[in-house]
Unconditional design. Structure first.
Length: 866
RNA sequence: GGGCACUUAGCUCAGCGGUAGAGCACUGCUUUCACACGGCAGGGGUCACAGGUUCAAAUCCUGUAGUGCCCACCA
């Protein structure tokens, strides 16, 4: 064995471990092993859009703990890593860093800038993940914007298009007027703000008026109907009549619909194309005309065909004046202007403040508009039942996270829009024909020409003049939703680069991810697997919670409670930080608590020192340990306390294994820690010291102790190693015999239950010994003397009720020497009753005499039974 | 408005039908002999509240309140 260093040199050791893991290819998937042992992880490719977050540390470490366990347990783990580097977040980052605006540049130039900026940020993530000791296979690193990823993503497009699951449709879409792109339902956030509910008077055809309430008066021009509930007092009077919109004088039908709440506002609401999602539904249900007055930048149009046949006005001239007054104004300003105009004419009849929750774009924060543009949609609404069924086939960890998925699917209102009017993404692989006779025909790229950029390439058999080029790109989720397929490089039986590998690896074993992207990443990945192969993408999904600041609040820049993960690692060391993540189970949010970090620090130090003690005894010993089970059976480990310790260890191994198999790594950690501190360090090491180190002990007892020490220490190191990879790797190496410098994290290196001694071996004896040790410690503590203070006489008696059933000394005979040593007792004897006048505990002059009464019932029973 | 989770010692959490647990913090003691980044002992909780089931409830059921999240509505 190597010499044991005085102190644990953390930064150097961490580096050395990483070097060795890389040199040994320790974390590579081995294709030559039988497929049944495969354990494939669908690692989240982090969005490379800026700052590292402690949340990354938290969730990626949890996944790694699981990965390390499964690898050690013998699975052939494939743990890939990639970077999601395209899409809106990256564009915004590049715009910030380079101080440019993507929309003012041509695509090629902007993409060049993106590719220039990305590597710096990827390097930061690579550095963090590597320091975290993620046991990923770095040789499989990929980018979602690489040629290969673009090919796979476009293959996914081809397959869905061919199956009719992906369509180009001209229809209302959620629109971000700041980023000027269509977005998906999943990218919608909400903000709360103060708004005003305005009561506005509409005229009635043939005289009279009707009052409506609206928070968006600037959309009066887009009004295509008024909606009223059947139970509204004026329902019978109004339904079927036509109203005249103020300022535009457009004739709009008054329509009955039960979604109009008679209690809200005036009970009569205008339907505009489009103010919100309900408008879209009304527009569809009642086949209302489309009246668009807002453009893609969120401003009011100048060109509004009022007066045309499907946009009739009773006073076209004043309508045009209104259009003229509002043209080019952004919605907020148009709203103010409109209210001004209404109030000048006495048409604004009331105003009351109201708390509004309005939908905004997640990325830009801009209030959304709903705009009619041609976009590409993946069909989801027609497949809710199938998607839900697939969700039920997957094991959600924790199980309740499935509910979030299900309520999201049940609440879907839009198909999945994947086209984005942006630059840096995977291009939609299509053109539109301009050939005579097939104008507008969609020309899809062929599989063999991928990856394709329609703005640069052409469809086979067409000239540049014959096509209109699709300039949109896919949303980043359209690509990251095939993250498993990016790894297998194959979509399904028909499309791909490596079908045999895909057949072997897909569906995968496990997806780790955070809960806030269940509605996006988890959902989209499930949809893609369903559409491509009618299957689930993975058998398990592990949902991690959030990391909160130490005050329990969400970390955010504005609160100034953000912690830099690199600093956290510098200050504490990776193992300590990983310990903290390991104490929190899947799905639970956690606070970054100094207490827990401190606990981890203590553990690492204690582990180091306990190993050092064992090492001191073992380094010059000539022993050849086999397994705990064999050494007990083979008569090498003969001492009852050694057997007891190994029995406890077996129990710990069994429980930890069981917990890990259920993905309850936090339970496993707790059990391992419990054994390590309470049984192993606090008691066993104290008990065994004399037998290993003092002269004059029987050789058999010493050999027994040394073997036990070796087994217990090396097993504990392996048990802790998924959590504390660096210190465990280092310690494991120090105990390695010459020429066997295998990593502790190697496949199959998890302690096997079959190799352990019998669980619970000599349990009663061990517990009785602990009771005696505890009793002596308590006496010494209460008397305020050192634990090392010698005891002149230690007398042990049984509980009064047991006193007739025999001498406890006979039962404890084999461990008397150990008890004497650990208690520092010069004399140890058993008595039927406590000696007269001792009264349990006492001191006399310099002498410490201790009398303990213990319950030996269990011990006797065990003796009798065994 | 619907759903989910949580509410246990000052703090962070475990326990989930059978005498209240851990770590940190607190108090006292303890330092040649692995570790003072240690050890030992101790104080501290009517397990959110109210009902119910049970021989027995922190644990199961019902309801209430608070916290967080998800979803929906938002004229």
């Amino acid at each position: 064995m190597k010499a044991f260093p005085e102190k644990y040199q953390r930064p150097e050791t961490e580096k050395e471990c990483r070097r060795r893991w890389a040199a040994d290819d320790a974390f590579k998937w081995d294709p030559s092993l039988p497929p049944a042992s495969d354990y494939v992880i669908d690692t989240p490719p982090p969005t490379v859009s800026g700052t590292l977050h402690v949340g990354h540390v938290y969730s990626y470490t949890q996944a790694d703990i699981i990965a390390r366990y499964f690898r050690m347990s013998g699975r052939n783990v494939l743990y890939p890593i990639g970077w999601d580097d395209n899409g809106l977040p990256t564009e915004r980052l590049v715009e910030k860093v380079k101080k440019v605006r993507g929309r003012d540049m041509n695509r090629a130039e902007f993409v060049r800038l993106c590719r220039e900026v990305i590597p710096t940020y990827e390097a930061q993530f690579r550095d963090l993940f590597s320091r975290l000791a993620l046991s990923v296979d770095w040789s499989r690193e990929y980018q979602t914007i690489s040629d290969e990823s673009r090919t796979v993503s476009q293959l996914s497009f081809l397959d869905l298009y061919r199956k009719g699951l992906l369509e180009r449709r001209l229809e209302p879409t959620l629109w971000d007027p700041v980023d000027r792109t269509s977005i998906a339902q999943a990218e919608v956030d909400e903000i709360e703000r103060q708004g005003k509910l305005n009561t506005v008077a509409f005229g009635l055809e043939g005289g009279g008026e009707v009052l409506i309430a609206t928070t968006r008066p600037e959309l009066i021009g887009a009004c295509s109907a008024l909606m009223i509930h059947r139970d509204h007092p004026r329902a019978s009077e109004l339904i079927g009549k036509r109203a005249i919109s103020p300022l535009y004088n457009v004739l709009v039908p008054i329509v009955a619909d039960d979604k109009a709440d008679p209690e809200k506002g005036t009970g009569i609401v205008m339907c505009c194309t489009f103010g919100d999602v309900t408008d879209v539904q009304w527009w569809r249900d009642h086949k209302l005309p489309l009246r668009i007055i807002i453009d893609k930048t969120g401003r009011l149009n100048a060109d509004i065909p009022i007066g045309s046949t499907d946009w009739p006005s009773t006073d076209v001239a004043s309508a045009k004046a209104t259009v003229e007054a509002l043209k080019g104004l952004p919605v907020e300003k148009a709203r103010a202007a409109m209210l001004q105009l209404l109030s000048e004419r006495g048409l604004l009849r009331g105003q009351q403040p109201t708390n509004q929750v309005i939908p905004v774009a997640e990325r830009s924060g801009a209030p959304l508009e709903i705009i009619v543009t041609p976009q590409w949609f993946i069909r989801t609404l027609d497949f809710k039942a199938e998607i839900l069924a697939k969700g039920k086939e997957i094991v959600w960890r924790p199980d309740y996270m499935r509910q979030r998925f299900e309520s999201w699917v049940e609440g879907l209102k839009w198909d999945w829009s994947i086209s984005r009017q942006r630059h840096f993404g995977v291009p939609l692989p299509v053109w539109y024909s301009k050939r005579r006779g097939e104008e507008g025909k969609i020309l899809v790229a062929s599989a063999d020409q991928l990856p394709v950029d329609p703005t640069a390439d052409l469809p086979q058999g067409y000239s540049a003049e014959e096509v209109e080029r699709e300039a949109d790109v896919m949303d980043t989720w359209a690509t990251s939703s095939v993250s498993p397929q990016l790894v297998t490089r194959t979509i399904n039986e028909d499309y791909g680069l490596d079908l045999p590998v895909h057949r072997r690896l897909f569906p995968m074993a496990m997806r780790p991810q955070a809960h806030e992207i269940i509605r996006t990443w988890a959902f989209y990945t499930i949809v893609k697997a369903l559409h491509h192969q009618a299957t689930i993408p993975w058998r398990n999904i592990c949902i991690s919670g959030w990391c909160l600041a130490s005050d329990g609040a969400k970390m955010s820049k504005s609160k100034g409670n953000v912690i830099d993960p690199i600093k956290l690692l510098d200050e504490n060391g990776t193992d300590v930080v990983r310990y903290w993540t390991g104490t929190s189970r899947l799905g639970n949010d956690t606070v970054l608590s100094p207490n827990t970090l401190n606990q981890g620090k203590r553990l690492v130090t204690k582990l180091w020192n306990a190993a050092r003690l064992a090492h001191l005894s073992l380094q010059n010993a000539e022993i050849s340990p086999t397994t705990p089970a064999q050494d007990v059976r083979g008569g090498v480990i003969v001492h009852p306390l050694d057997q007891w310790l190994l029995g406890c260890l077996a129990d710990t191994v069994g429980k930890a294994t069981e917990s890990f198999e259920a993905y309850e790594y936090a339970d496993a950690l707790r059990g391992i820690e419990d054994f390590f501190w309470r049984i192993y360090c606090d008691n066993y090491l104290e008990l065994v010291k004399s037998r290993t180190r003092f002269e004059g002990k029987p050789a058999a007892a010493q050999l027994s102790a040394l073997h036990t020490l070796y087994h217990a220490t090396t097993t504990v190191i392996r048990l802790f190693s998924p959590f504390l990879p660096y210190v465990c790797e280092t310690l494991n190496d120090l105990f390695a015999r010459e020429g066997s410098a295998k990593t502790v994290h190697g496949r199959g290196n998890w302690p096997k239950l079959a190799d352990q001694a019998d669980a619970g071996l000599n349990r009663e004896l061990g517990e009785t010994v602990l009771e005696i040790i505890g009793g002596v410690r308590k006496v010494k503590s209460e008397l305020g003397v050192s634990l090392r203070a010698p005891v002149s006489s230690l007398v042990i008696t049984s509980e009064p009720s047991r006193q007739n059933s025999g001498e406890p000394g006979a039962l404890l005979a084999p461990v008397l020497g150990d008890l004497k040593d650990v208690a520092m007792a010069q004399e140890l004897r058993f008595a039927a009753a406590a000696p007269e006048g001792w009264a349990g505990t006492l001191t006399a002059n310099q002498e410490l005499r201790v009398s303990l009464t213990i319950d030996t019932a269990a011990l006797e029973k065990a003796k009798a039974g065994g």
